[in-house]
Design a protein around this ligand. Sequence first.
Ligand SMILES: Nc1ncnc2c1ncn2[C@@H]1O[C@H](COP(=O)(O)OP(=O)(O)OP(=O)(O)O)[C@@H](O)[C@H]1O
Ligand SMILES: [Mg+2]
Length: 448
Amino acid sequence: MDTVFIDRDEELNRLASVKPPAIVLVKGPRGIGKTALLKEFCRRLSQEGKKHVYVDCLKVLRPRQLVEEAIDWVASWELRLPERPEVLRRAYRARRPDEALETFFRFCYDIGVDVAILDEFTTLIRRFSRRRPYASADEVASHMRSLMESFPCLWILCSTSMEDVYQLCESARKPFARAIDIAFEVLPLAFRDIEKLVRSVNPRLDDESVKIVSLASCGNPFYAKAFAYSCLPGEEPKASVKRTLEAGAIGQYFEALFASLSPPEADVASHIAMGYRRYRDLELEDILDLPQALRGLMRKGLVGKTVLSRKHIIYWLKDNAFASWLAMRGIPGKGSWPFEKVWEQYLGFQGHFARFLRSLSKPKEIQGVRLGPYKDVRVKREAVHAAGESRDLFYCSYEPKKPQRDPNLERLSERKFVVFYHQPTKDLRTALEKEGYRVLVLEARRFS
Ligand SMILES: Nc1ncnc2c1ncn2[C@@H]1O[C@H](COP(=O)(O)OP(=O)(O)OP(=O)(O)O)[C@@H](O)[C@H]1O
Ligand SMILES: [Mg+2]
């Protein structure tokens, strides 16, 4: 790997604390760092002398490749293999997909693995389901499940496709519905960790560029690396972010993601990105199959829903970078957003914070401040001078859902409220607090 591995201690400890036999599901959007996390976990297992297998199922195009990948992986760390890899490949040959699954499990059993990881397992299930003797993805998943249960070790299943995870694991009466012991979603990295990553990818960047690129990444390491790589010397950091979003690696990924949506889903996603957040606003736009499109987007993990009251339901795009891309692309006949507006709404710090406030459906405590659900959030940026320092501050005013009777809830609309991206100096903090500001330092991680 070309960069250093950053943070993720929480997730690694969580994986390490699972007592086998167990089946763990790891999910999360594209590029959030699932594979990097699992590979780091494998590295730690090697250090502890634990036997493990990791298979990237995207590489399994033919049934026999499942066990071949596993043999290659084990050969990379186990020096005392019973046979050479070529001999093992012959011994564990399989042609049909059902044989491939059985052979793979037999190999894991023969080696005596403690941990077996199937990265992008839903892709394997989809691919195998198209081959005889299987007739559906459910059949492959049922077979896999019974094999996993008959060979007790720590199974880790990982997938990017939220929709497939929903269909195979989460929806009731599905093969994995009750088989998963622990499921967790890999969250965005905190701002300071993303900054470390950005600096390691492109050490020439100045502090301001590192900050801009880190904000634009929304905590996603794949986005952070793409933005950091594409920063040209002397170029405004925001200009390179715009370029990468429009035409770079990220733009291409969003293009493919957009093309994978059904026409009503694509239409709804574009509308949400451009501020049509309430169900009623969307209804007025005459979108075909609106409820179905919203359900589809939520299953794909692209849209979140906040119910403030029966009449007041808000939808929001979970990925601010994708929302930015959609708003810049626009809707035919309704125009598009300029990059500055996109930055204010989604990519800049105020955008992240506003999204966080909008996503609250129940009160949440952060650094001793209880924040409540809000009907509307308006964030404004202004310069504040205190303790001889002049800084850009984000001042949020909003309309609470109902008049707040709970005295513990912060009434942000009544208080001057300041959100920092970085810890302010002690003097600045004291000066602000003296003037009645409430100071909060937020991390990208909290916004998910
Ligand atoms: N904790 C981390 N420290 C450093 N780099 C990271 C970290 N997590 C992810 N990356 C880098 O970010 C990129 C995307 O990560 P990775 O491939 O692990 O994501 P993923 O969730 O598996 O994505 P996909 O859905 O495409 O499989 C990779 O280049 C990886 O090296
Ligand atoms: Mg991956």
